[in-house]
Design a protein. Sequence first.
Length: 190
Amino acid sequence: MEYVIIIISAIFISNVVLTQFLGICPFLGVSQKMSTAIGMGAAVMFVLTIATLVTYIIYYSILVPLQLEYLQTIAFILVIASLVQMVEIIIKKISQPLYQALGIYLPLITTNCAVLGVAILVVTKNYNLGESIVYAISIGIGFGLALIIMAGLRERLEFANVPQVFKGIPITLILAGILSLAFMGFTGII
């Protein structure tokens, strides 16, 4: 039952993009087309899951026994940067069009605060390894869901009669705000 609560909470209630406002740069930058949103969502989910697994192991098998917990942020950033480089190489080999479409946003996963935030939250929440992996996958699914919803809305807006003053970034920010309010409704705060 606890795993179900973690999954539902990470995807809907504490959606990393729409309620915690982490990872906004790729959210706004890559959500113009559905295909790139799906690709970025998959890449972030992969990096989140592997980074959480590796940082969990490093934290509890190296940093804690040596009483070097204060180095967690530096160690986590190094792990995340290495994983993103690996993902970038894999995507470039497997799907050149996706690599071109993601452009600068793919290396920006390294600085995506959502990835680092999840690694730190896993330690803060004292999750065991299984809960950590489930949490990371669920956060990745929530991130991908937010990207896909935003991409779908933005694709529909291309054919809508939007006033000139709101075209581009203004309507995108309005959409992001409305989506955020909708997802915050899951928390029961509104």
